[in-house]
Design a protein around this ligand. Structure first.
Ligand code: EPZ
Length: 416
C-alpha cells in the first residue's frame, strides 16, 4: 500500500500542464461502444479509472489500443453486453456503458454500481429515463437487466445528474424519433461527449443547456476527438499555489469551465490572471475566508469542495461551506482536524475557522477528492510530516501527482 509523505511550508512556484479530463474521458470511452467502426480519442489521462474502464470494455469484445495519450477503440465486434460486478463496483462510472449498450444492441446487463464513500449514489434517474425511452428494466442479482428497442421521448430529470444525462444522451442517439431531456446537467464534460457523438453521426443539440434534444439515427460511425482539459485538476493545482503562498501557472486550462471557482478564489484575495489557456494563481498578500455552496454546473463544483476547504483552513477568518450535491462529502474534515484545522460540522454545513498554521500528521484518504485535500493540507503544514495513506484513491483522478508537485518545489515523495 503506497503512502505519500509531505514536508510542507514550501511556497510552490512554476508551471504545470493539466491533463485530459477524467470525467470526460470515461463517458467518451463508453460512447465509443455506439460506433460500428473504429474511433480515436486523444489527450486521455493515464489514470486507474481509465485502465479499469478499458478492462470492462475489452471484456465486452471492444479492441482497445492505448498508447501514450491516444486510444484506438474498435467496437465493431462487441459480442457481450455485460459489465461485471467486480469491475463496476470498483469504478461506478462504468455504469455509463448501460445507455450505449441499450441504444446499439437493444439489451444490456450491467451491475448496479453500489454506493461509495461520498454517498449512496442511486441510479434511479438513469433507470426511469431509460424506461421513458421504452426500455424494460429489471433488477436481478444486483444487476440491471435492460432490453427493448428505444423510442424517442420527452423526459425531465428529477435532478441534473451528470451520469444520468450522459447515459440517456447516449441511449437516445439510437432511439427511433426525437428525445428531449429537460433539467439536464450542463457540465462541460457533457458538451464534450455530445461533440464526439455528433462527430460519430448523432444529431444532438442543446448540450450545455438544461434542454438537450436528440434526433435518433440508425447507426453511428467512427470519429476522432480530443478530450477537454480537466477543470478539477486545474483547480487543485491553482489552490496549491495560493494555499502555499506561491505562484503557480496552470497551462492548457479552460478558464471558462471554472468561472464560479475562479470567482470564489478571487474573493479570498488571491490574484488570478487568465491569459488564453494559462491561469496564474498567486497569494502575495495572503488570503481571506469566503463562503461556498456547491451546486451543479455552472455553480461551484462539488469536486473542488474538499480541496478548497484545505486552503480555507489557514485563511484569515471563518468560512461557511455547504455541500449540496452529495450527502456525505466531508470525509476530509476529521483528517484535517488531526492536522490542527478548526472545523465545526452540522449536517451538510461546515464552518471553517482559519488557523495560523497546520501541522503534519499521518492521515487517511477516503475518496478521490478528499485525498487531494489532504495532500494540499500537507503542503501547507508548516511543521512536521504528513503521511497520506491509501493513495490509490488519488491515483484514480490525478496522474503522478507527487512528481508534478515536486516539480513545483514541494517536498513530497511516494513510498511503497
Ligand atoms: C459525476 O458523478 C462525476 N463522476 C463526479 O465526480 C461528480 O462529483 C458528480 O458528477 C457531480 O458533478 C463522473 O463524471 C465519472 P450525479 P455522478 O449523478 O454522475 C444524485 C470525481 O471526484 N443522483 O450528478 O455519479 C446523487 O446521489 C467524481 O471525479 C440521484 O439521486 O453524479 C448525487 O447526490 C466524484 N439519482 C447527485 O445526484 C440518480 O439516478 C449528483 O450525482 C443519479 C444521481
Amino acid at each position: 500500500m503506497d503512502k505519500i509523505l509531505i514536508r510542507g511550508g514550501h511556497p510552490l512556484h512554476g508551471k504545470v500542464f493539466v491533463r485530459g479530463a477524467k470525467n470526460a474521458a470515461l463517458p467518451l470511452m463508453a460512447a465509443a461502444l455506439l460506433s460500428e467502426t473504429p474511433c480515436v480519442l486523444h489527450n486521455i489521462p493515464c489514470l486507474h479509472d481509465v485502465f479499469t474502464l478499458d478492462k470492462i470494455l475489452s471484456g465486452m469484445g471492444m479492441r482497445i489500443d492505448f498508447t501514450g495519450r491516444s486510444m484506438n477503440l474498435d467496437a465493431s465486434d462487441v459480442a457481450c453486453q455485460e459489465a461485471p460486478y467486480d469491475l463496476v463496483r470498483r469504478m461506478r462510472a462504468s455504469f455509463f456503458v448501460l445507455g450505449p449498450l441499450l441504444g446499439r444492441f437493444g439489451k444490456a446487463r450491467v451491475s448496479l454500481p453500489g454506493g461509495c464513500a461520498i454517498g449512496t449514489r442511486p441510479v434511479d434517474i438513469h433507470l426511469t429515463g431509460l424506461e421513458a425511452l421504452g426500455a424494460s428494466i429489471a433488477i436481478e442479482d444486483g444487476y440491471v437487466v435492460a432490453s427493448g428497442r428505444l423510442k424517442g421521448a420527452d423526459f425531465t430529470l428529477d435532478y441534473p445528474s451528470v451520469g444520468a444525462t450522459e447515459n440517456l444522451l447516449m441511449a437516445a442517439c439510437r432511439a427511433e424519433g426525437v428525445t428531449r431531456l429537460s433539467n439536464a446537467a450542463r457540465e462541460p464534460e457533457i458538451v464534450d461527449v455530445a461533440a464526439f457523438l455528433n462527430r460519430m453521426g448523432a444529431q444532438i443539440s442543446g448540450a450545455g443547456t438544461d434542454l438537450i434534444t436528440v434526433v435518433g439515427v440508425d447507426a453511428l460511425g467512427g470519429a476522432e476527438h480530443s478530450v477537454i482539459p480537466d477543470r478539477i485538476e486545474t483547480g487543485t493545482f491553482l489552490l496549491a499555489g495560493v494555499a502555499t503562498h506561491g505562484d503557480v501557472t496552470v497551462q492548457n486550462a479552460h478558464a471558462d469551465h471554472l468561472a464560479s471557482f475562479l470567482k470564489k478564489l478571487r474573493e479570498t484575495g488571491a490574484e488570478i490572471e487568465v491569459t488564453g489557456t494559462h491561469i496564474r494563481a498567486r497569494a502575495v498578500n495572503g488570503f481571506r475566508s469566503t463562503d461556498i455552496t456547491t451546486q451543479p454546473y455552472p455553480g461551484f463544483p462539488t469536486d473542488l469542495q474538499a480541496q478548497t476547504m484545505a486552503m480555507l483552513c489557514v485563511a484569515e477568518g471563518a468560512s461557511v461551506i455547504r455541500e449540496m450535491v452529495f450527502e456525505n462529502r466531508f470525509m476530509q474534515v476529521a483528517e484535517l482536524m488531526r492536522m490542527g484545522a478548526d472545523i465545526d460540522l452540522d449536517g451538510n454545513t461546515a464552518v471553517v475557522r482559519g488557523v495560523k498554521a497546520l501541522s503534519g500528521a499521518p492521515v487517511m484518504a477516503s475518496d478521490l477528492r478528499a485525498s487531494a485535500a489532504l495532500v494540499l493540507a500537507g503542503l501547507v503544514a508548516e511543521k512536521g510530516e504528513t503521511a497520506v495513506a491509501r493513495v490509490y484513491h488519488i491515483d484514480r483522478g490525478y496522474e503522478r501527482i507527487e512528481e508534478r508537485l515536486n516539480a513545483l518545489g514541494a517536498d513530497i515523495q511516494r513510498v511503497r
